[in-house]
Write a protein that binds this ligand. Sequence first.
Ligand SMILES: NC(=O)c1ccc[n+]([C@@H]2O[C@H](COP(=O)([O-])OP(=O)(O)OC[C@H]3O[C@@H](n4cnc5c(N)ncnc54)[C@H](OP(=O)(O)O)[C@@H]3O)[C@@H](O)[C@H]2O)c1
Length: 313
Amino acid sequence: MPEPGPANPDVPHVPLLLLTGASGYVGGRLVPLLERQPVALRCLARSPDTLRPLVRESTQVVRGDVLDPPSLAEAMLGVHTAYYLVHLMSDSKDFEKEDRQAATNFADAAKKAGVLRIIYLGGLGDDTDPKLSPHLRSRHEVGDILRASGIETVEFRAGMVIGAGSLSYQLMKSLTDRLPVMICPRWLTTATQPVAVDDVLAYLLAAKDLPPGESRIFEIGCEDVTTYGGMVRKYARQKGLRRWLIFVPVLTPYLSSLWLALVTPAKFGVGRHLIEGLKNPTVIRDRKALDVFPIRTVNVKEAVARAIADTSG
Ligand SMILES: NC(=O)c1ccc[n+]([C@@H]2O[C@H](COP(=O)([O-])OP(=O)(O)OC[C@H]3O[C@@H](n4cnc5c(N)ncnc54)[C@H](OP(=O)(O)O)[C@@H]3O)[C@@H](O)[C@H]2O)c1
Protein backbone atom coordinates (compact mmCIF):
# COMPACT_ATOMS: atom_id res chain seq x y z
CA MET A 1 0.00 0.00 0.00
CA PRO A 2 1.68 3.25 -1.07
CA GLU A 3 1.90 5.81 1.74
CA PRO A 4 1.51 9.47 0.83
CA GLY A 5 5.12 10.69 0.93
CA PRO A 6 6.34 14.07 2.16
CA ALA A 7 5.09 16.96 0.05
CA ASN A 8 7.49 17.87 -2.75
CA PRO A 9 7.44 21.66 -3.23
CA ASP A 10 8.38 21.23 -6.93
CA VAL A 11 5.34 19.08 -7.69
CA PRO A 12 2.00 20.92 -7.68
CA HIS A 13 -0.48 19.35 -5.30
CA VAL A 14 -3.17 17.36 -7.06
CA PRO A 15 -6.17 15.75 -5.39
CA LEU A 16 -6.11 12.00 -4.86
CA LEU A 17 -9.13 10.16 -6.27
CA LEU A 18 -10.19 6.69 -5.22
CA LEU A 19 -12.04 4.66 -7.84
CA THR A 20 -13.95 1.50 -6.95
CA GLY A 21 -15.44 -0.70 -9.67
CA ALA A 22 -12.47 -0.03 -11.97
CA SER A 23 -12.63 -3.63 -13.22
CA GLY A 24 -16.30 -3.18 -14.10
CA TYR A 25 -17.87 -1.73 -17.21
CA VAL A 26 -18.50 1.87 -16.18
CA GLY A 27 -15.47 2.13 -13.87
CA GLY A 28 -13.19 0.56 -16.46
CA ARG A 29 -14.18 3.23 -18.97
CA LEU A 30 -13.74 6.00 -16.44
CA VAL A 31 -10.11 5.03 -15.69
CA PRO A 32 -8.50 6.42 -18.90
CA LEU A 33 -10.57 9.60 -18.64
CA LEU A 34 -9.45 10.22 -15.06
CA GLU A 35 -5.87 9.41 -15.99
CA ARG A 36 -5.93 12.39 -18.36
CA GLN A 37 -7.06 14.76 -15.58
CA PRO A 38 -4.77 16.71 -13.23
CA VAL A 39 -5.39 14.25 -10.40
CA ALA A 40 -3.67 11.31 -8.76
CA LEU A 41 -5.67 8.10 -9.23
CA ARG A 42 -5.92 5.10 -6.94
CA CYS A 43 -8.05 2.12 -7.93
CA LEU A 44 -9.40 -0.34 -5.40
CA ALA A 45 -9.75 -3.87 -6.77
CA ARG A 46 -10.45 -7.31 -5.38
CA SER A 47 -8.01 -8.71 -7.95
CA PRO A 48 -5.31 -6.04 -8.35
CA ASP A 49 -3.12 -8.28 -10.53
CA THR A 50 -5.85 -8.40 -13.16
CA LEU A 51 -6.38 -4.63 -13.12
CA ARG A 52 -2.70 -3.57 -13.02
CA PRO A 53 -1.92 -4.19 -16.72
CA LEU A 54 -5.02 -2.20 -17.73
CA VAL A 55 -4.04 1.09 -16.11
CA ARG A 56 -1.17 3.56 -16.47
CA GLU A 57 1.96 3.01 -14.42
CA SER A 58 1.28 6.23 -12.53
CA THR A 59 -2.11 4.90 -11.34
CA GLN A 60 -2.04 3.17 -7.97
CA VAL A 61 -3.83 -0.17 -7.72
CA VAL A 62 -4.59 -1.41 -4.22
CA ARG A 63 -6.22 -4.59 -3.03
CA GLY A 64 -9.57 -4.00 -1.36
CA ASP A 65 -13.08 -5.23 -0.90
CA VAL A 66 -16.04 -3.13 0.22
CA LEU A 67 -17.09 -6.02 2.47
CA ASP A 68 -13.69 -5.92 4.21
CA PRO A 69 -13.43 -2.73 6.32
CA PRO A 70 -9.66 -2.88 7.09
CA SER A 71 -8.85 -2.93 3.37
CA LEU A 72 -10.99 0.21 2.91
CA ALA A 73 -9.28 2.07 5.74
CA GLU A 74 -5.93 1.74 3.96
CA ALA A 75 -7.32 2.54 0.52
CA MET A 76 -8.92 5.79 1.75
CA LEU A 77 -5.73 7.32 3.18
CA GLY A 78 -5.20 10.79 1.74
CA VAL A 79 -8.21 10.55 -0.60
CA HIS A 80 -10.06 13.74 -1.61
CA THR A 81 -12.90 12.23 -3.70
CA ALA A 82 -14.07 8.62 -3.74
CA TYR A 83 -16.12 7.03 -6.52
CA TYR A 84 -18.54 4.27 -5.54
CA LEU A 85 -19.13 2.30 -8.72
CA VAL A 86 -19.50 -1.06 -7.06
CA HIS A 87 -22.23 -3.48 -7.92
CA LEU A 88 -22.05 -6.53 -5.70
CA MET A 89 -24.26 -8.47 -8.17
CA SER A 90 -24.87 -10.97 -5.47
CA ASP A 91 -27.22 -13.76 -6.43
CA SER A 92 -27.99 -14.38 -2.78
CA LYS A 93 -31.44 -13.60 -1.39
CA ASP A 94 -29.72 -11.24 0.98
CA PHE A 95 -28.31 -8.90 -1.67
CA GLU A 96 -29.97 -5.93 0.02
CA LYS A 97 -28.20 -6.70 3.29
CA GLU A 98 -24.86 -7.01 1.50
CA ASP A 99 -25.40 -3.76 -0.42
CA ARG A 100 -26.23 -2.04 2.88
CA GLN A 101 -23.15 -3.46 4.61
CA ALA A 102 -20.85 -2.53 1.73
CA ALA A 103 -22.13 1.07 1.60
CA THR A 104 -21.86 1.40 5.39
CA ASN A 105 -18.27 0.12 5.34
CA PHE A 106 -17.38 2.51 2.54
CA ALA A 107 -19.03 5.53 4.20
CA ASP A 108 -17.42 4.77 7.58
CA ALA A 109 -13.94 4.41 6.09
CA ALA A 110 -14.37 7.59 4.02
CA LYS A 111 -15.53 9.54 7.05
CA LYS A 112 -12.59 8.38 9.18
CA ALA A 113 -10.12 9.26 6.42
CA GLY A 114 -11.57 12.76 5.94
CA VAL A 115 -12.75 12.19 2.35
CA LEU A 116 -14.46 15.35 1.06
CA ARG A 117 -16.77 14.00 -1.65
CA ILE A 118 -18.33 10.70 -2.68
CA ILE A 119 -19.62 10.18 -6.22
CA TYR A 120 -22.06 7.31 -6.68
CA LEU A 121 -23.90 5.87 -9.69
CA GLY A 122 -27.23 4.36 -8.68
CA GLY A 123 -30.54 3.68 -10.35
CA LEU A 124 -33.63 5.66 -11.40
CA GLY A 125 -37.03 4.82 -9.91
CA ASP A 126 -39.70 6.49 -7.81
CA ASP A 127 -38.98 6.26 -4.07
CA THR A 128 -42.62 6.84 -3.25
CA ASP A 129 -43.75 3.82 -5.31
CA PRO A 130 -44.67 1.07 -2.83
CA LYS A 131 -44.02 -1.46 -5.61
CA LEU A 132 -40.47 -0.28 -6.27
CA SER A 133 -38.39 -3.43 -6.77
CA PRO A 134 -35.97 -4.56 -4.03
CA HIS A 135 -33.14 -4.04 -6.55
CA LEU A 136 -33.94 -0.37 -7.19
CA ARG A 137 -34.84 0.26 -3.54
CA SER A 138 -31.47 -1.11 -2.54
CA ARG A 139 -29.66 1.14 -5.06
CA HIS A 140 -31.43 4.14 -3.48
CA GLU A 141 -30.67 2.95 0.04
CA VAL A 142 -26.96 2.84 -0.83
CA GLY A 143 -27.19 6.54 -1.73
CA ASP A 144 -28.97 7.27 1.57
CA ILE A 145 -26.25 5.49 3.54
CA LEU A 146 -23.46 7.35 1.75
CA ARG A 147 -25.19 10.71 2.40
CA ALA A 148 -25.82 9.83 6.06
CA SER A 149 -22.02 9.82 6.56
CA GLY A 150 -22.19 13.63 6.35
CA ILE A 151 -19.72 13.59 3.45
CA GLU A 152 -20.94 15.56 0.45
CA THR A 153 -22.38 12.87 -1.82
CA VAL A 154 -23.17 13.33 -5.51
CA GLU A 155 -25.56 10.56 -6.54
CA PHE A 156 -26.45 10.00 -10.15
CA ARG A 157 -29.54 7.94 -10.85
CA ALA A 158 -29.57 6.24 -14.23
CA GLY A 159 -31.67 3.68 -16.06
CA MET A 160 -30.08 1.09 -18.32
CA VAL A 161 -26.58 2.14 -19.38
CA ILE A 162 -26.40 1.58 -23.13
CA GLY A 163 -22.91 0.47 -24.03
CA ALA A 164 -21.35 -2.63 -25.51
CA GLY A 165 -20.17 -4.14 -22.20
CA SER A 166 -23.07 -3.12 -19.96
CA LEU A 167 -24.83 -6.16 -18.53
CA SER A 168 -28.36 -4.78 -18.85
CA TYR A 169 -27.73 -3.76 -22.48
CA GLN A 170 -26.24 -7.19 -23.17
CA LEU A 171 -29.40 -8.83 -21.84
CA MET A 172 -31.53 -6.84 -24.27
CA LYS A 173 -29.08 -7.49 -27.12
CA SER A 174 -28.93 -11.26 -26.48
CA LEU A 175 -32.70 -11.55 -26.46
CA THR A 176 -33.06 -9.62 -29.69
CA ASP A 177 -30.18 -11.37 -31.46
CA ARG A 178 -31.46 -14.83 -30.56
CA LEU A 179 -35.26 -14.70 -30.73
CA PRO A 180 -37.05 -13.81 -33.99
CA VAL A 181 -40.36 -14.11 -32.14
CA MET A 182 -40.48 -12.99 -28.52
CA ILE A 183 -43.18 -13.93 -26.08
CA CYS A 184 -42.98 -10.76 -24.06
CA PRO A 185 -43.89 -10.04 -20.50
CA ARG A 186 -45.82 -6.84 -19.76
CA TRP A 187 -42.73 -5.10 -18.42
CA LEU A 188 -41.49 -4.64 -21.96
CA THR A 189 -44.10 -1.85 -22.13
CA THR A 190 -42.69 -0.06 -19.05
CA ALA A 191 -41.49 3.48 -19.71
CA THR A 192 -37.75 3.87 -19.40
CA GLN A 193 -35.08 6.45 -20.12
CA PRO A 194 -31.77 4.67 -20.65
CA VAL A 195 -28.49 6.55 -21.01
CA ALA A 196 -25.49 6.27 -23.31
CA VAL A 197 -22.33 5.20 -21.51
CA ASP A 198 -20.42 8.23 -22.86
CA ASP A 199 -22.95 10.54 -21.22
CA VAL A 200 -22.70 8.70 -17.88
CA LEU A 201 -18.93 9.06 -18.02
CA ALA A 202 -19.22 12.79 -18.79
CA TYR A 203 -21.38 13.27 -15.68
CA LEU A 204 -19.11 11.17 -13.46
CA LEU A 205 -16.10 13.14 -14.64
CA ALA A 206 -17.75 16.54 -14.22
CA ALA A 207 -18.97 15.70 -10.70
CA LYS A 208 -15.45 15.82 -9.27
CA ASP A 209 -15.16 19.48 -10.33
CA LEU A 210 -18.45 20.72 -8.86
CA PRO A 211 -17.94 23.52 -6.35
CA PRO A 212 -18.29 22.21 -2.79
CA GLY A 213 -21.89 22.14 -1.62
CA GLU A 214 -24.71 20.03 -0.27
CA SER A 215 -25.24 16.39 -1.14
CA ARG A 216 -27.31 16.12 -4.30
CA ILE A 217 -29.17 13.58 -6.41
CA PHE A 218 -29.13 13.99 -10.20
CA GLU A 219 -31.39 11.96 -12.46
CA ILE A 220 -29.74 11.39 -15.82
CA GLY A 221 -30.76 9.78 -19.09
CA CYS A 222 -31.25 10.08 -22.82
CA GLU A 223 -33.24 13.05 -24.05
CA ASP A 224 -36.18 10.79 -25.02
CA VAL A 225 -38.32 8.22 -23.17
CA THR A 226 -38.87 4.74 -24.59
CA THR A 227 -39.94 1.28 -23.37
CA TYR A 228 -37.90 -1.92 -23.15
CA GLY A 229 -39.89 -3.19 -26.15
CA GLY A 230 -39.06 0.07 -27.93
CA MET A 231 -35.38 -0.54 -27.27
CA VAL A 232 -35.64 -4.05 -28.70
CA ARG A 233 -37.25 -2.60 -31.82
CA LYS A 234 -34.68 0.20 -32.15
CA TYR A 235 -31.81 -2.26 -31.74
CA ALA A 236 -33.34 -4.78 -34.20
CA ARG A 237 -33.98 -2.07 -36.80
CA GLN A 238 -30.39 -0.84 -36.67
CA LYS A 239 -29.06 -4.40 -36.91
CA GLY A 240 -31.35 -5.16 -39.87
CA LEU A 241 -33.22 -7.86 -37.90
CA ARG A 242 -36.97 -8.53 -38.26
CA ARG A 243 -38.48 -9.21 -34.84
CA TRP A 244 -42.03 -9.94 -33.65
CA LEU A 245 -43.02 -9.10 -30.10
CA ILE A 246 -46.08 -10.90 -28.71
CA PHE A 247 -47.20 -9.57 -25.36
CA VAL A 248 -48.66 -11.90 -22.73
CA PRO A 249 -49.93 -10.80 -19.31
CA VAL A 250 -48.93 -13.90 -17.36
CA LEU A 251 -45.14 -13.87 -17.38
CA THR A 252 -44.20 -13.03 -13.79
CA PRO A 253 -40.74 -11.62 -12.98
CA TYR A 254 -39.80 -15.09 -11.71
CA LEU A 255 -40.83 -16.81 -14.93
CA SER A 256 -39.24 -14.01 -16.93
CA SER A 257 -35.94 -14.61 -15.19
CA LEU A 258 -36.13 -18.35 -15.94
CA TRP A 259 -36.84 -17.45 -19.54
CA LEU A 260 -33.86 -15.07 -19.56
CA ALA A 261 -31.62 -17.75 -18.09
CA LEU A 262 -32.49 -19.96 -21.04
CA VAL A 263 -31.87 -17.42 -23.76
CA THR A 264 -29.11 -15.17 -22.44
CA PRO A 265 -25.63 -15.67 -21.02
CA ALA A 266 -26.38 -13.66 -17.86
CA LYS A 267 -26.36 -15.39 -14.53
CA PHE A 268 -29.84 -16.38 -13.40
CA GLY A 269 -29.75 -14.61 -10.03
CA VAL A 270 -28.49 -11.37 -11.49
CA GLY A 271 -31.05 -11.54 -14.28
CA ARG A 272 -33.79 -12.03 -11.75
CA HIS A 273 -32.91 -8.93 -9.71
CA LEU A 274 -32.60 -6.85 -12.84
CA ILE A 275 -35.88 -8.15 -14.21
CA GLU A 276 -37.72 -7.30 -11.03
CA GLY A 277 -36.58 -3.72 -11.55
CA LEU A 278 -37.86 -3.63 -15.13
CA LYS A 279 -41.50 -3.52 -14.06
CA ASN A 280 -40.90 -0.07 -12.50
CA PRO A 281 -40.86 3.00 -14.71
CA THR A 282 -37.35 4.47 -14.80
CA VAL A 283 -37.78 7.95 -16.16
CA ILE A 284 -36.34 11.31 -15.19
CA ARG A 285 -38.71 13.36 -13.05
CA ASP A 286 -36.17 15.93 -11.83
CA ARG A 287 -34.25 17.70 -14.59
CA LYS A 288 -31.80 19.75 -12.54
CA ALA A 289 -28.81 17.89 -14.00
CA LEU A 290 -29.48 19.96 -17.15
CA ASP A 291 -29.06 23.19 -15.16
CA VAL A 292 -25.96 22.15 -13.22
CA PHE A 293 -23.92 20.37 -15.92
CA PRO A 294 -23.17 21.59 -19.46
CA ILE A 295 -23.92 18.09 -20.76
CA ARG A 296 -26.54 17.38 -23.40
CA THR A 297 -27.25 13.69 -23.69
CA VAL A 298 -27.87 11.80 -26.93
CA ASN A 299 -31.19 10.13 -27.80
CA VAL A 300 -31.83 6.39 -27.48
CA LYS A 301 -31.36 5.73 -31.21
CA GLU A 302 -27.90 7.33 -31.16
CA ALA A 303 -26.97 5.55 -27.92
CA VAL A 304 -27.87 2.18 -29.46
CA ALA A 305 -26.01 3.04 -32.69
CA ARG A 306 -22.86 3.80 -30.69
CA ALA A 307 -23.16 0.56 -28.70
CA ILE A 308 -23.55 -1.48 -31.89
CA ALA A 309 -20.55 0.27 -33.45
CA ASP A 310 -18.39 -0.36 -30.37
CA THR A 311 -16.70 -3.72 -30.84
CA SER A 312 -14.48 -3.40 -27.77
CA GLY A 313 -17.18 -4.81 -25.45
N1 LIG B 1 -24.79 -1.05 -16.18
C1 LIG B 1 -25.96 -0.45 -16.01
O1 LIG B 1 -26.88 -0.59 -16.83
C2 LIG B 1 -26.18 0.44 -14.82
C3 LIG B 1 -27.35 1.21 -14.78
C4 LIG B 1 -27.56 2.07 -13.69
C5 LIG B 1 -26.63 2.11 -12.67
N2 LIG B 1 -25.51 1.33 -12.73
C6 LIG B 1 -24.59 1.39 -11.60
O2 LIG B 1 -23.29 1.69 -12.03
C7 LIG B 1 -22.34 1.07 -11.17
C8 LIG B 1 -21.34 0.30 -12.02
O3 LIG B 1 -22.06 -0.57 -12.87
P1 LIG B 1 -21.32 -1.52 -13.92
O4 LIG B 1 -22.32 -1.82 -14.98
O5 LIG B 1 -19.99 -0.95 -14.30
O6 LIG B 1 -21.12 -2.83 -13.05
P2 LIG B 1 -20.13 -4.07 -13.30
O7 LIG B 1 -19.57 -4.07 -14.67
O8 LIG B 1 -20.89 -5.28 -12.85
O9 LIG B 1 -18.93 -3.78 -12.28
C9 LIG B 1 -19.14 -3.93 -10.92
C10 LIG B 1 -17.84 -3.60 -10.20
O10 LIG B 1 -18.05 -3.79 -8.79
C11 LIG B 1 -16.91 -4.46 -8.29
N3 LIG B 1 -17.23 -5.19 -7.07
C12 LIG B 1 -18.16 -6.15 -6.90
N4 LIG B 1 -18.13 -6.60 -5.63
C13 LIG B 1 -17.16 -5.89 -5.00
C14 LIG B 1 -16.64 -5.89 -3.68
N5 LIG B 1 -17.14 -6.71 -2.74
N6 LIG B 1 -15.64 -5.03 -3.35
C15 LIG B 1 -15.13 -4.20 -4.29
N7 LIG B 1 -15.57 -4.14 -5.56
C16 LIG B 1 -16.57 -4.99 -5.91
C17 LIG B 1 -16.52 -5.41 -9.39
O11 LIG B 1 -15.20 -5.84 -9.16
P3 LIG B 1 -14.70 -7.36 -9.42
O12 LIG B 1 -14.01 -7.31 -10.76
O13 LIG B 1 -13.81 -7.65 -8.29
O14 LIG B 1 -15.95 -8.24 -9.43
C18 LIG B 1 -16.67 -4.51 -10.60
O15 LIG B 1 -15.52 -3.72 -10.77
C19 LIG B 1 -23.15 0.20 -10.21
O16 LIG B 1 -23.32 0.89 -9.00
C20 LIG B 1 -24.48 0.05 -10.90
O17 LIG B 1 -25.56 -0.11 -10.01
C21 LIG B 1 -25.25 0.52 -13.78
